[in-house]
Design a protein around this ligand. Structure first.
Ligand code: TNX
Length: 604
């Protein structure tokens, strides 16, 4: 399909088709341009936005981008070449400092170019610029994270309503450049991006990744590395599972025992028995955590902290005696048992008061350290003995503290069974077995909890365990991870959709209105990060490093999640996705991501 309007609109970048009459006039008008405003105003990308809104997808010959953008049209007449002279032009109307230093950081390492800021007339004459333009009036057309990108001979122009949108455009620009741009050491090359016009925005606002740092501690550097990896795919949320049976990972100054005792264990090891003394204890100080939050924010990622409960709480029960009915602290737990292992004492007024005081302290200090709008309160897998009233007491204390701290609660979908505040988000981890019960006389408990949440107006984040759980093995050959949902191939991770997870298999019943879908999240649990993980480990067991485990399990399946979360449903296509993954694999190779080379894909 041809888009002549678009071609003409980008005449300034191409100097071929000229809306002002002749290409030389266009070139001249650029030479005289002294401000970003006039460059941006002269570049009319509205035709691209119109084409995107009208449902035009990417051209067949457009460059391979992942997630695939809403609209992308290859421009035949010339590519942009990044060089030591390329200048960055911004208008300073929004804070682009983080986005610009991110771009300089990635490009600087691989190309050695510094991309200095332009300063007026002289630099624009270079005809070699990257314009980053924030214009709030484009909010209606592009939303929070949308952007347009035009590249041509003279430069690249990225325009958005917010700095987040510009940042997403920068991620796209990196994908347009040669894969070696992701290299962390200097490379020689011709750094060209093809001529293209793109109009793009996400399908869902919440596109998350979860890291279980409780069962296996990830250092600050390892968490930052994971952030660096997920941001390449336009993931915008990092959920940290900070407390579970096997470990407590965040310092709460008013309750020092939570880390002094609760952080001394992980699945399969205790600090005292650990073969080498770790350089750092197995928790984040408040400064560590704030540093992670800042690092993420500089990459347009919101951190969501989670304190699980009223089950998955052994680490807290080992640290604080008054959470237990016996008033005795439990032994720290470093085993491998899962569901229903632990429960706070919720059976009498004194212990309910202890629980409320504990949550009040922990969740409000965590809210205070968190820049983003959410705190996750857990709520999954309680033991069978608990009554709905006890569970409701916990959920009400947890969500009440979060809302009182000015944040929005998120919980695993089970909290939908209790009374939850308006605006609560539910993270749904049901699977196709649950789906098969929708509309039958025996809807599964997971579906019932979801239905109760839907009726209370909750919004949903989808993490279906049979598609989105990154700790599930890909195949019999996967050395680590779990298997309770069966094997999750790359194709299976790509073969689902948020709009049908809560509808009957035949599609006749849909429980969840589309407006109550916030997005999706890919959890990476860390229960079993060792070779031979279908059995318990012993002294000879070989453990994966955190980074090897995360890279292998999350990539390429994170790309499936990213594309389902960002791209239009109509562009969803396994065959085309496989092709995009081949290119993405080369980017990962350059960036140093030790992804799993699944035989489903013809990797280069
Ligand atoms: C279930 S699903 C869990 C986690 C485990 C995971 C292992 C959910 C909210 N809880 O505690 O780590 O399975 O796959």
């Amino acid at each position: 399909m041809r888009h002549p309007g678009v071609l003409c609109a980008v005449a300034l970048l191409l100097a071929t088709c000229d809306p002002f009459g002749s290409s030389s006039a266009a070139a001249a008008s650029l030479q005289e341009t002294t401000s970003l405003k006039s460059i941006a105003a002269a570049l009319d990308d509205s035709a691209a936005i119109r084409a995107a809104k009208a449902g035009s997808g990417p051209d067949a010959n457009a460059p391979s981008l992942l997630p695939v953008p809403v609209f992308e049209h290859a421009l035949p007449s010339g590519s942009f070449t990044l060089s030591a002279d390329t200048r960055i032009v911004t208008n300073g109307s929004a804070d682009l400092t983080a986005a610009v230093s991110y771009l300089r950081g990635i490009v600087g390492k691989s190309t050695g170019f510094t991309l200095p800021a332009a300063n007026g007339r002289d630099d624009v004459r270079h005809e070699n610029f990257i314009v980053l333009d924030v214009d709030a009036s484009r909010q209606g057309a592009l939303g929070q994270e949308g952007y347009t990108l035009v590249s041509g001979k003279l430069g690249v122009v990225i325009r958005a309503a917010t700095a987040h949108g510009v940042y997403m455009g920068i991620q796209t620009l990196l994908q347009l450049l040669p894969n070696a741009v992701y290299s962390t050491s200097q490379q020689v090359g011709v750094w060209s991006a093809p001529g293209v016009v793109i109009a793009d925005w996400p399908r869902y606002a919440y596109r998350g990744a979860m890291l279980d740092v409780s069962r296996r501690f990830f250092t600050v550097a390892q968490v930052k590395h994971y952030i660096d990896e997920i941001t390449l795919l336009k993931i915008n949320t990092l959920h940290l599972h900070l407390a579970d049976d096997q470990g407590w990972r965040i310092a709460i100054s008013a309750l020092p025992s939570l880390t002094a005792i609760g952080a001394s264990t992980q699945s399969g090891s205790t600090l005292s028995s650990f073969p080498t003394v770790p350089a750092r204890p197995w928790y984040y100080t408040a400064d560590d955590y704030r540093g992670i939050v800042r690092y993420a924010a500089d990459r347009s990622i919101t951190v969501v902290p989670e304190i699980d409960g009223p089950s998955h709480v052994s680490a807290a029960q080992a640290s604080l005696a008054n959470l237990n009915c016996s008033n005795t602290a439990l032994q720290p737990y470093s085993g491998f048992d899962g569901p229903g292992l632990s429960l706070l004492c919720l059976t009498d007024p004194a212990h309910l008061a202890n629980m409320r005081s504990y949550l009040g302290t922990v969740l409000s200090s965590l809210a205070g350290m968190t820049a983003g709008p959410y705190v996750h309160v857990g709520g999954d897998e309680t033991p069978t003995g608990i009554t709905p009233a006890e569970y409701g007491d916990y959920v009400s204390a947890a969500t009440g503290t979060v809302t009182a701290a000015g944040k929005t609660p998120i919980g695993w979908h089970q909290i939908g069974s209790a009374k939850i505040p308006a605006g609560t988000l539910l993270e749904y981890w049901g699977d196709d077995t649950d789906r098969a019960t929708i509309g039958t006389a025996t809807q599964s408990t997971d579906v019932q909890d979801a239905v109760s949440g839907i009726a209370q107006g909750a919004k949903f984040i989808f993490s279906p365990a049979d598609h989105a759980y990154l700790d599930m093995k890909y195949s019999q050959l996967t050395p680590w991870g779990l298997l309770w949902e069966g094997y999750t191939s790359v194709q299976k991770s790509y073969s689902w959709d948020p709009t049908t997870e809560l509808s009957s298999t035949d599609g006749s019943i849909n429980l969840l209105p589309a407006r109550q879908i916030a997005g999706l999240e890919a959890p990476l649990w860390s229960d079993r990060t060792y070779v031979g993980s279908t059995a318990l480990p012993d002294n000879n067991t070989v453990w994966a490093t955190q980074q090897v485990y995360a890279d292998y399990m999350a990539f390429p399946r994170m790309a499936s999640m990213a594309e389902i979360g960002w791209s239009k449903l109509s562009s969803h296509d396994w065959t085309a996705f496989q092709q995009r993954l081949i290119t993405q694999g080369q980017r990962w190779d350059a960036f140093g991501v030790a992804f799993y080379r699944s035989p489903e894909i013809a990797w280069k």
